[in-house]
Design a protein around this ligand. Structure first.
Ligand code: SAM
Ligand code: DTB
Ligand code: SF4
Length: 336
């Protein structure tokens, strides 16, 4: 059944106590309430991107702190994935600063990296931009189970953020990912100057995808010096918490990821995000190019909240999905 912006707004405007209670009901019904899924990001091709995403440190159109780096060799990716596993991540997400896959030679190298990471027993995710069904199929055959491609914002606000590819291009990629039988990871960014209505429209757009995305990353804008969005004001923490709660209620079976922007959030704001239904974070002191909290700080934070790293198959079971395979969570994994 599809949902509407009016229904999302009615949730958003509930007293905070009732909104969190409703989110908690959804969370306890479909998620492991004490589990937090830990993902590690790796930028496998950095900078010099042709696209004009106004938030992005990696677009060639803006002068930022990012230096371009060529596609990483599968052997280097292997080293990074081993480190990710040792630090407790169950998912390894490889990101490339591309408009989409174009070179067959480079794509073959990514496929090899996917095989290696899969063999290490990590869930493999990629975010490579626009994707054809054939590319999606070949990534799946190599062992990737999930593809990240964000809608980023509402259809209406989108052209204020990106002009080099359309909202429908993005939806077509998500449909190609689905047709290949892969899980979808799709979310957006809060704090790019969009209205509350735009934020709710983004959540409604995601919730009305059928099936709903298995993962929904909610990023708070990391305002990068040199990008057109460098002067955006940080999002109000309670507005952000409310959006997480609405996402949780509208998509009760999805993993809601508290993604970029945690470096500038207090522990208390993050606690509220977990109370509102977030149940995944990126770990490691770097996202793709920007800072993320230190692993030791996240370990302390999760231990303080009594939360533990989530086994992906335990999560799938609770969400009413089929287990993919058992991923071993190392005994010395962060927290708890
Ligand atoms: N190039 C690929 C693409 O655009 O699909 C993959 C990488 S791209 C960096 C992945 C996502 O990261 C973007 O869609 C955006 O939602 C998020 N992102 C990028 N820069 C960000 C920033 N400065 N703050 C918050 N989120 C950001
Ligand atoms: C997502 O939604 N957030 C991640 C992941 N998907 C690829 C990326 C965040 C990037 C933050 C900016 C940077 O580090 O360059
Ligand atoms: Fe390129 Fe992706 Fe950054 Fe857009 S978000 S500029 S496509 S790396």
């Amino acid at each position: 059944m599809s949902t509407t912006v009016e229904a999302a707004r009615a949730l958003y405007e509930l007293p905070l106590t009732t909104l969190i209670f409703r989110a908690q009901q959804a969370h306890h019904a479909f998620q492991d309430p004490a589990g937090v899924q830990l993902s590690m990001l790796q930028s496998i091709k950095t900078g010099a991107c042709s696209e004009d995403c106004k938030y992005c440190a990696q677009s060639s159109r803006y002068t930022t702190f990012v230096d371009r780096e060529p596609l990483m060799d599968p052997a280097e990716v292997r080293v990074a994935a081993i480190k990710a596993k040792a630090s407790g991540a169950s998912r390894f997400c490889m990101g490339a600063a591309w408009r989409g896959v174009s070179s067959e030679r480079q794509f073959s190298s990514v496929l090899e990296s996917v095989r290696i990471v899969d063999q290490l027993g990590l869930e493999v995710c990629c975010t490579l931009g626009l994707l054809t069904e054939d590319h999606a199929q070949r990534l799946k055959e190599a062992g990737m189970t999930v593809y990240n491609h964000n809608l980023d914002t509402s259809r209406e606000y989108y052209s204020e953020v990106i002009t080099t590819r359309s909202y429908d291009d993005r939806l077509a990629t998500l449909s190609n990912v689905r047709k290949a039988g892969l899980e979808v990871c799709s979310g957006g960014i809060i704090g790019m100057g969009e209205s509350c209505e735009d934020r709710l429209k983004l959540l409604v757009e995601l919730a009305n995808l059928s099936p709903q995305p298995e993962s929904v990353p909610i990023n708070a804008l990391v305002a990068v010096e040199g990008t057109p969005m460098c002067d955006q004001k940080p999002v109000d923490s309670i507005e952000f918490v409310r959006l997480i709660a609405v996402a949780r209620i509208l998509m009760p079976r999805s993993t809601v990821r508290l993604s970029a922007g945690r470096s500038s959030m207090s522990g208390e704001t993050q606690a509220l995000c977990f109370l509102a239904g977030a149940n995944s974070i990126f770990i490691g002191n770097k996202l793709l190019t920007t800072a993320n909290p230190e692993a030791s700080d996240d370990e302390r934070m999760l231990a303080r909240f009594g939360l533990h790293p989530l086994d992906p198959d335990v999560a799938r079971e609770k969400q009413g999905r089929k287990p993919v395979r058992k991923v071993e969570i190392p005994a010395d994994a962060t927290a708890g």
